[in-house]
Design a binder for this molecule. Structure first.
Ligand SMILES: C[S@@+](CC[C@H](N)C(=O)[O-])C[C@H]1O[C@@H](n2cnc3c(N)ncnc32)[C@H](O)[C@@H]1O
Length: 352
């Protein structure tokens, strides 16, 4: 265990909660604000849209149906909304009402009449047995409190012959042998908030803590100096997580926690036990699925292909065949090796 996590566990009374409450309910936006298929149409003018649309087409190819699809842990509506033009109906569920409200606003703005969103946990899916032709999930199953129960529920609501197609975060591929620590310090009102997160590859686990600290004049300067990330932030006015470099650790590591120990009023946390390729296969099989395929995501091939075509100046000539080319390349989804990949792409069937 990393020293900061050890300090938190030893010295603070952690209230354990889940990622939906502590992370996803606290985000203004979960999806990037210009994500294709969610906030705007895909366009062949953007090379990233060639890559993203290929992934959506891979979901479709692996599903093998255009019927009624369940999207588990939809967040702001991905992949539910980009799939909508290609299937009869999509139902997205998420355990966070804030995400469901955002997904519904995105749906209304994009005018998809064949999509609905429901506030529900994936461990108790509020639909009858055998009610969906297919199910999808974008890095959501592993965020659940009980991923095994989530897989059993997906299996239950699928019709016989239906498939689950999902991306799953793969920490061994993402991290190699290293651990990743991130930290954030900010002031909201007169309180201070210290967020600390760790990802470790073996065993693959992720943990995040949010420490609430009473007013402290010394902390004011440290929080004001905390570097802002230019990209994604959780909420407007917050700086965003930073890797725990030695400079950040000097300002916001153990000495800071020791300094404010008596002013800490509340600590919440959640822990995720991520899958390896082997444990994911085992979990899918235990839930009842068969013909389990675990691969890397088609985006690995699509990005090499389309960035190469973009850099050689060829991509603009291919624009008239945008969707056709993405659909064609997506057919190769089963050829991408899983091992080195930070994201797994899975298909598993409920036998007829
Ligand atoms: C990494 S986000 C992915 C969101 C979206 N699918 C995407 O790819 O952009 C994980 C999502 O799972 C949701 N989630 C976490 N635990 C859940 C649970 N037990 N049941 C349903 N959704 C859950 C979170 O609220 C969050 O929106």
């Amino acid at each position: 265990m990393q020293p900061i996590e050890e300090w938190i566990r030893t010295n603070l009374d952690v209230e354990w909660t889940n990622s939906a409450t502590l992370r996803y309910a606290a985000m203004d936006h979960q999806a990037p604000p210009d994500l294709g298929g969610v906030y705007r149409d895909y366009t062949p003018e953007r090379v990233d849209d060639w890559i993203d649309l290929t992934l959506i087409m891979a979901y479709l190819a692996a599903l093998g149906t255009t019927g009624r699809i369940l999207d588990v842990g939809t967040g702001d509506g991905w992949p539910a909304l980009p799939l909508a033009p290609y299937v009869d109906r999509v139902v997205g569920i998420d355990a966070t009402s804030k995400r469901i409200n955002t997904a519904e606003a995105n749906r209304a703005r994009r005018g998809h009449e064949n999509v609905e969103f429901r506030h529900a946990a994936c461990e108790q899916i509020p639909f009858p047995t055998h009610s969906f032709d297919g199910a999808v999930a974008g890095t959501a199953i592993e965020q659940a409190v009980d991923p095994g129960a989530c897989l059993r529920e997906i299996y239950r609501v699928l019709k016989r012959g239906g498939a689950l197609v999902a991306t799953v975060e793969h920490l061994a591929g993402e991290l190699g042998e290293r651990s990743e620590q991130q930290v954030e310090l900010f002031q909201r009102g007169d309180r201070f908030w210290y967020r600390y997160a760790v990802k470790e590859p073996a065993p693959p686990r992720e943990v995040e803590y949010l420490v609430e600290i009473n007013p402290d004049p010394q902390l004011e300067a440290t929080a004001a100096a905390f570097p802002h990330r230019s990209g994604f932030t959780r909420r407007k006015g917050e700086p965003g997580m930073q890797p725990l470099t030695s400079a950040i650790a000097a300002a916001c590591g153990l000495p800071l926690l020791e300094q404010v120990r008596d002013k800490i009023v509340r600590t919440r946390g959640f822990e995720l036990h991520h899958y390896t390729v082997a444990s994911l296969r085992q979990a899918l099989t235990a839930a009842g699925f068969s013909r389990v395929q675990i691969r890397g995501p088609i985006t690995r091939i699509a990005s090499r292909c389309f960035i190469g075509l973009h850099e050689s100046g060829t991509l603009p000539h291919l624009r008239p065949w945008f969707a056709h080319i993405c659909r064609g390349l997506a057919e190769a989804w089963a050829e991408v090796p899983a091992e080195e990949s930070s994201l797994l792409f899975i298909r598993a069937r409920k036998e007829t």
